[in-house]
Design a protein around this ligand. Structure first.
Ligand SMILES: Nc1ncnc2c1ncn2[C@@H]1O[C@H](COS(=O)(=O)NC(=O)[C@@H](N)CS)[C@@H](O)[C@H]1O
Ligand SMILES: [Zn+2]
Length: 412
């Protein structure tokens, strides 16, 4: 699947060596992510293509764009892979509910998503892989997983399951206790109650064909379609291998999705799936989680259609620490517009405080768990001084503009 255009990233003076550190959900600690040098391997779960691109989606992809940019600034290349869940129950349900062909719904939403990611200055993945195009990878992965960890349930539809709880480090990603695992699994697309399962937490990997639903040849597994978690396991395995640097997503993916994907990957390769699991907080609207089911979505494309500068949208997102839960609001947008115009005026000033000091401050904070709000405050301080005529570093305005562009993804 085609991704979207790569934004320009200006060259800024080399950084002093400083590790890029983020919070790992599994150890619940700040960890250094990425190799000393060379290429970091990053897998960020993509959208299920409907209701794209709401502010929750945007928050997540801008978060991992920040991580990408800090790695680049540290001289580390990134092999970035993202999937699209372009076949799954929620997509079929929405297509049926709106009387739209599920493929047309997916295609139109993916196109919208590409435009929004481009407008937000998000660096595209090197591999952008749909679940449908990934079906051969899913079938291959199922053939490589130890076959005693797969079984068919009895009954009318003998769907295939994976014995996730049998994997030694199952549970280490999200750290939930058993009751919480069962409850969360049921809440987020799992089927702990299904009769015939050996363990309530075994997870569906291949669903046999249902009347009126799309299906694909499954070899000796029978015609059907892939389960949700196995698509990410198979795509990440194909393009990144095991022991990747970061598996990313919003916090609602930690369990069951990232837990199950990691268990499947561990069974497939015999190695842990990722060195770190990084999760962004949930974005709501006026205190409610922004979600398709609640229908309280603010979409990037709608704001853009109203003439909102996407750079203000991005600054609105960056004003909140990526790990916090927060709500989008008109005030968030107004403050971001104000900040954008202040920064644009400030870099037009003839000079300002020493640019290198602000650049260092930005690097320090962004490499310390992607602390964008503190980085924004450093630029605010520089801008205020520059607009007050303080400081006589004539090269500062251009340096600050380039630093904001390279490290924050905002091209002033
Ligand atoms: N309200 C929200 N706030 C923050 N992130 C969100 C919100 N809603 C969804 N996301 C994140 O946006 C990304 C895409 O979500 S999604 O469209 O539901 N799709 C999926 O979760 C799957 N296709 C992942 S393989 C996920 O990382 C999810 O955690
Ligand atoms: Zn995923």
């Amino acid at each position: 699947m085609q991704a979207w255009p790569h934004p320009d990233i200006p060259k800024i003076p080399d950084a002093a060596p400083q590790p890029v550190r983020v919070h790992d959900s599994s150890t619940k600690e700040l960890v250094t992510v990425g190799p000393e040098s060379g290429t970091a391997r990053l897998y960020v779960c993509g959208i299920t293509p409907y209701d794209a691109t709401h502010m929750g989606h945007a928050n997540t992809y801008v978060t991992f764009d920040l991580l990408y940019r800090q790695w680049l600034d540290a001289g580390i290349e990134v092999n970035y892979v993202q999937n699209i869940t372009d076949i799954d129950d929620p997509l079929l349900e929405r297509a049926n509910a709106t009387g739209v062909d599920w493929r047309e719904l997916a295609d139109s939403q993916i196109e919208l998503f590409r435009g929004d990611m481009t407008a937000l200055g998000v660096i595209p993945p090197a591999h952008y892989i749909g679940a449908v195009e990934g079906i051969p990878l899913v079938l291959e992965a199922l053939d490589q997983i130890p076959q005693d960890m797969l079984y068919q349930v009895e009954g009318e539809y003998r769907d295939w399951y994976f014995t996730a709880p049998r994997v030694s480090d199952f549970g280490d990603v999200a750290g939930l206790d058993h009751d919480a695992q069962i409850a969360t699994f049921a809440e987020r697309g799992g089927d702990p109650e299904r009769p015939g399962k050996r363990d309530p937490l075994d997870t569906l990997v291949w669903q046999l064909e249902r009347p009126g639903e799309p299906s694909w040849p499954g070899g000796d597994r029978g015609r059907g379609r892939p389960g949700w978690h196995i698509e990410c396991t198979a795509i990440a395995h194909e393009y990144l291998g095991a022991n990747i640097d970061v598996q990313g997503g919003g916090s609602d993916l930690a369990f069951p999705h990232h837990e199950m994907s990691a268990a499947q990957s561990h069974a497939l390769t015999g190695e842990p799936f990722a060195k770190a699991y990084v999760h962004g907080g949930m974005v709501g609207l006026d205190g409610e989680k922004m979600s398709k089911s609640k229908g309280n979505l603010v979409k990037v494309s709608e704001l853009r259609a109203e003439g909102v500068d996407p750079r203000a949208v991005r600054l609105g997102l960056l004003a909140h620490h990526y790990r916090g839960d927060w709500s989008w609001s008109a005030e968030v947008l107004a403050a971001a517009k104000q900040r954008l115009s202040t920064w644009q005026r400030a870099i037009m000033a003839g000079s300002g405080p020493v640019g290198a000091d602000t650049l260092d401050a930005m690097r320090q904070t962004l490499r310390a768990d992607l602390d964008a709000p503190t980085a924004l405050a450093a630029v605010d301080a520089w801008a205020e001084s520059a607009l007050a005529g303080d400081g006589d570093d004539a090269s500062a305005p251009a340096l600050i503009a380039d630093a904001v562009h390279a490290l924050l993804g905002v091209d002033l």
